[in-house]
Every structure is written in structure tokens, then in C-alpha cells.
Design a binder for this molecule. Structure first.
Ligand code: FES
Ligand code: FE2
Length: 352
């Protein structure tokens, strides 16, 4: 017995940090029976039918500046992004219309890009056979609308989930790239049953309290509700209830609905980058942790945002290394099944 056991027994039940009953990984309740592949596939299929309006997240808002442009890629399309002197976001094709110079290396002068090769000026207005794309800055993430890639009816603005108020929240954005398609990452997020098994260093005592119906319709508010304890260290953790939803085909949102940090969200956005040199697709995971808490300590943490962000970011990246392995494995298995069925090469486009 731990020498801290008497302390744990008298632990106030109202504190957000709670002692975790000891468990052995292999002795957890198996979840494979509840994690019905047909249910996960049905919920995934419904998520893929929701409109996105052709909007793609391509960067964290705070990585785009007014003194130098940022280069990005979405679905094989090279992009350049910058801010003007009023901090307005602009996004356009990343190749100069003259002879193709990379505009990510252009110089910003009087709110316009000046191409390094021959000095062509390109600004927020269309000209020289070059035109900016519609873009949106939601304060945490930067979006671009690519109608010729999405091929859906366009929307004026992206689908952005409800978030804690901007004046009190603390946001951190982590970015990783995997060899898979966006749908593989969304599928991983729509399987909440893997949490305590696959990420025992972060989650324990996970129970799926509510799951969507396998036979629901697109109008259903598909959501999973999960009771889970986030491990903090040693025998201590933070028990919460969280819901998972997919408001549009490339996003899954986890929202704390009960417990410490209620209304805080983790938004997982997936953006196709295009094919790698090996012919396999690359997908960028852009995950925003947007936290809020009425506790006084949280206001202090917010003030030291710059110091805290790397900590939040590294925790998200550890989880995502494992979840990317899950998504990449799913992609590999789909590729194998597709090759077996069609006898074609790996590079052939896969559907969910
Ligand atoms: S390539 Fe840009 S001005 Fe010539
Ligand atoms: Fe996971």
C-alpha cells in the first residue's frame, strides 16, 4: 500500500484533482465489443456528408505576420498567406504568375508581396492573372476556401464550433503530418473506446456513456459522451465528462461538458496536403486546444501564455504520435484491401 493511501482516503471529493484508483493496464474492461466497427463506420459516413463549404484550416493564426509571408500547401495547391498593416489575413496562390517564383519568399512592402525574382507586386486585389482566395481568420486558426478542390456548394464562412470566450481562453495549436487521408484521422477520433487502452499515460477509467445510433440519419446530432480521467502525474488525475462531435467532414471536436474546464474544447482539424513522392497521401493534423476555467490560477496561466503554450503543445503531440500511428495503420489496411480488390497500385484514390 502507498504511504499516501491515508491521504488519498481523506481527499476532498470536490477538488478537481482526484486520486486515481490503482489499475493494471491488462486488467481494464475490454472495449472491443462496444467499439462496433459498423457503428464507427456509420457515424464516420454521416460526418463525411456534412457540408464544409470548401473551407480548409491551413495554419495557426499566430503564425501569420505582416512583416513576412507564410507558405502552406492544401491538396497539392501551393499557398502564400500574409497580413496587411490592419492585420487583415490574405491568402493567394503560392507561385508567382510571371515565372513561378515561390511567393513564400517574397518581400512584404506596403501590404503587397514583392516577388524576389523580378519585382512583380501582388496584393489583396486580383491582377496579373493571379487572384487571392477567400480566407477567414477565426482568432485561433486561419482558413482558406478552395472551391475548385472541395467541389461542394461554397459557404461564406467555415463551420466553427462554439468556443470559450476569446478574452478568457487559453489556446495552443499543435501541427503534425501523417501518411493517410483526412478520413483516417476523423475515424480515429470517432473511436473513443481506444483512449484508456491506447493512451494509458494520458487517460484512465474511460467509459463511453452515450454513443450515436448506427442507424441514425444525417440530421441526427451524432455525439459520443465519455467519462474519463486525465492523468496528471502519479496517482492523481482530473475526472471529466467530454463529448465528441464532427461538425464538418474534416473536423472532430472534443468538448468538456462536466468537470474541470467545462466548455473547453479540443478541435482536431485535418487538411489534405497532397501526395508525397512515394505516391501516398499526406494529411496535416492541426489541433487547437482552447481551454477556459473560472479558477483564479487560470487567469495567471493565461498571462504566461507564451510560457505555457509549448507545454500544451508537447502534450498534444505525444497523444497525436500514437493517434497518427492508428490513422496511418487504417490507411495502410484500406490501401491493402483496395489493392486486393482492384489489383491496382497503392496510389489509387481511396474512398472512406
Ligand atoms: S517570377 Fe515573379 S516577377 Fe518574375
Ligand atoms: Fe487517441
Amino acid at each position: 500500500m502507498s504511504i499516501l493511501e491515508p491521504l488519498y482516503r481523506r481527499w476532498p471529493p470536490t477538488w478537481p484533482l482526484q486520486p486515481i484508483p490503482p489499475t493494471t493496464w491488462a486488467r481494464q474492461q475490454p472495449t472491443y465489443q462496444a467499439a462496433d466497427p459498423r457503428l464507427i463506420t456509420a457515424v464516420l459516413d454521416r460526418s463525411q456528408q456534412r457540408p464544409s463549404g470548401n473551407w480548409y484550416v491551413f495554419a495557426a493564426s499566430d503564425t501569420i505576420h505582416s512583416d513576412r509571408p507564410l507558405g502552406a500547401t492544401v491538396a497539392g495547391i501551393e499557398l502564400v498567406a500574409w497580413r496587411d498593416s490592419r492585420q487583415q489575413l490574405h491568402v493567394g496562390p503560392g507561385a508567382c504568375p510571371h515565372l513561378g517564383a515561390p511567393l513564400a519568399s517574397a518581400v512584404l512592402d506596403c501590404d503587397t508581396l514583392v516577388c524576389r525574382w523580378h519585382g512583380l507586386r501582388l496584393g489583396p486585389d486580383a491582377g496579373h492573372g493571379w487572384a487571392p482566395f477567400p480566407s477567414h481568420d477565426d482568432g485561433v486558426l486561419a482558413w482558406v476556401r478552395l472551391d475548385h478542390i472541395g467541389n461542394e456548394p461554397s459557404l461564406d464562412a467555415p463551420i466553427i464550433p462554439a468556443r470559450p470566450p476569446a478574452d478568457t481562453h487559453l489556446a495552443a495549436v499543435a501541427t503534425l503530418t501523417g501518411v493517410c487521408e483526412p478520413v483516417d484521422i476523423i475515424a480515429n477520433r470517432l473511436d473513443p473506446w481506444h483512449g484508456a487502452w491506447f493512451h494509458p499515460y494520458s487517460f484512465t477509467h474511460l467509459e463511453v456513456l452515450d454513443a450515436p445510433s448506427r442507424h441514425g440519419t444525417d440530421d441526427d446530432n451524432d455525439r459520443f459522451v465519455v467519462a474519463v480521467t486525465f492523468r496528471v502525474g502519479g496517482r492523481l488525475g482530473v475526472p471529466v465528462k467530454a463529448e465528441f462531435t464532427s461538425p464538418e467532414p474534416r473536423t472532430v471536436v472534443m468538448r468538456i461538458v462536466d468537470g474541470e474546464g467545462t466548455d473547453s474544447v479540443v478541435e482536431t482539424h485535418t487538411t489534405p496536403l497532397g501526395s508525397g513522392t512515394d505516391g501516398h497521401p499526406r494529411t496535416c493534423v492541426i489541433e487547437a486546444v482552447i481551454a477556459d476555467s473560472p479558477r483564479p490560477g487560470f487567469a495567471v496561466a493565461r498571462r504566461v501564455h507564451r510560457a505555457l503554450s509549448p507545454v500544451l503543445r508537447s502534450a498534444a503531440i505525444r497523444l497525436w504520435r500514437d493517434d497518427l500511428a492508428y490513422a496511418e495503420r487504417r490507411y495502410q489496411q484500406r490501401s491493402y484491401q483496395q489493392r486486393s480488390l482492384t489489383g491496382r497500385g497503392i496510389g489509387s484514390r481511396l474512398s472512406p
